[in-house]
Design a protein around this ligand. Structure first.
Ligand code: FCB
Length: 459
């Protein structure tokens, strides 16, 4: 099973999850520093203060990437390293760090894929309303232009936002992520201002030249299906699809918010935050589209109890997600359904996206441990990735223009509200010593990249 010659195999990480060094070289506090230091917010009170210490170990980690034969590395820039207060002049030392990272990648022939915003909003901006304020969209565009000016000569792939759904709904709607608000109307305003920030950032980056660079955005998307043939379940699935997928896809690709969602949220919001020309800006052409895929939502009507970790997210929709029979869950409690990736990619191709697509995150948490031989044998992760790569290949056979695949993650890291308890890396991190131990999946992935494909199913 071969992939196209230029297929971009890579791994992904994000600043707050791996860097540590939160007080160094002029970095200001972000909403995740505040949130993780608030008792009761993160599992066992874990914080990103040290994380994988990548800020100090970047050369070693670059060598690990090279040893895997990675073609690409997706990382994010910490806004508070560049603008400690969220606006104004750039902090040169912050830019220097990413210059070292980017140059280190280029020296090793690894393509940098840069994300501008992976959730670490400067606290100073949250103090003025964060993403519920339109002002933050403008600050984001200003920040984007600062980073673009510094790195556009060496970075070809630019992702404005990572998963605005998560920023808006987990951060402002449900409150399990920073900044921890629990208000549906705030989640809706945050949704719009995040998307507007994307649109404004695109404008400033486009006007800065470097026309060959590729500008895009990454959404977390799910395949959605009703759990039964009941009309009420089908309608619940429509609502979940509306919130999880269409609320983001429609403004980006159709310059409108979905009518049924505007209606659904009528009591919480009149959408008055949408001003003239906003949707035109949000839907300006992009060069590629990033998809993070982790699970499918199988939906029943009503707000019943469900043990499924992905279920609590939809309390405002009177819908619940359930585990289909025979489907395994990961250490996160997320259902494993590789064919959902094929279904999702084909749908995007048919209904929304006419630019190249990259899977910018996919992977699973495993209860990894170092065994007495000193090895981490994560065969569940190998099986998972193998199935998802095949599912992606299947989508390509059906016409999807998929150009690359970033495995989440290079390293075990700070998994947000779950702290260090969930491991997603293909490299194990022993946090106490910062020792990196490649798991079985790391050598397996190196072979996939070298072969640029997978052995045929029956071999
Ligand atoms: C995604 C995030 C990423 C990581 C994975 C497991 O939602 O973008 O940072 O936490 O989930």
């Amino acid at each position: 099973m071969d992939f196209p010659e230029s297929f971009l195999w890579g791994t992904a990480t994000a600043s707050y999850q791996v860097e540590g060094a939160v007080d160094e070289d002029g970095r200001g506090p972000s909403i995740w520093d505040t949130f993780s230091h608030t008792p009761g917010k993160v599992y066992r009170g874990d914080t990103g203060d040290i994380a994988c210490d990548q800020y100090h170990r970047i050369e070693d980690d670059l060598d690990i990437m090279a040893s895997l034969g990675l073609k690409a590395y997706r990382f994010s820039v910490a806004w508070p390293r560049i603008q400690p207060e969220g606006s104004g002049a750039a902090n040169q030392k912050g830019l220097d760090y990413y210059r070292r990272l980017v140059d280190g990648l280029r020296q090793r022939s690894i393509e940098p894929m840069l994300t501008l915003y992976h959730w670490d909003l400067p606290q100073a901006l949250e103090d003025k309303g964060g993403w519920t304020s339109r002002e933050t969209s403008e600050r984001f565009a200003e920040y984007a232009s600062v980073v673009y000016e510094a790195l556009a000569d060496s970075v070809s792939f630019w992702i404005t936002l990572n998963e605005p759904w998560v920023s808006a709904w987990l951060g402002y709607g449900i409150g399990v992520h920073a900044p921890g608000h629990k208000d549906v109307s705030k989640a809706l305003a945050a949704t719009h201002h995040l998307l507007l920030g994307h649109g404004l950032a695109l404008e400033t980056m486009r006007s800065a030249g470097h026309d060959d660079n590729q500008l895009g955005i990454t959404l977390n998307l799910s395949a959605v299906r009703p759990a039964s043939e009941d009309a009420v379940d089908a309608d619940a699935a429509r609502r979940v699809d509306g919130n999880a997928n269409r609320l983001y896809l429609d403004p980006l690709f159709r310059a409108s918010y979905p009518e049924d969602m505007i209606e659904h949220y009528r009591a919480e919001s009149d959408f008055a935050f949408v001003r003239d020309r906003d949707l035109e800006r949000i839907s300006a052409p992009i060069d590629f589209f990033g998809v993070n895929y982790y699970f499918r939502h199988t939906v029943v009507d009503g707000g019943q109890r469900s043990e499924l970790a992905t279920a609590m997210r939809f309390s405002d929709l009177n819908a619940t997600t359930v585990l289909p029979e025979g489907v395994e869950t990961t250490a996160m409690g997320w259902p494993v359904e590789a064919d959902g990736l094929t279904e999702l990619l084909v749908r995007l191709h048919e209904e929304y996206v006419d630019v190249p697509i990259y899977v910018t995150e996919n992977g699973r948490a495993v209860y990894d441990y170092v065994d007495p031989e000193g090895e981490v044998d994560d065969e569940e992760r190998v099986t998972y990735l193998d199935a998802h790569f095949r599912a992606a290949h299947d989508a390509m056979q059906q016409g999807v223009d998929l150009r690359g695949y970033m495995v989440w993650s290079l390293l075990d890291n700070f998994e947000w509200a779950e702290g260090y308890s969930k491991r997603f890396g293909i490299i194990f991190v022993d946090y106490g010593t910062q020792r990196r131990i490649p798991k079985t999946s790391a050598s397996w992935y190196r072979d996939v990249i070298e072969r640029n494909g997978l052995p045929d199913d029956d071999s």
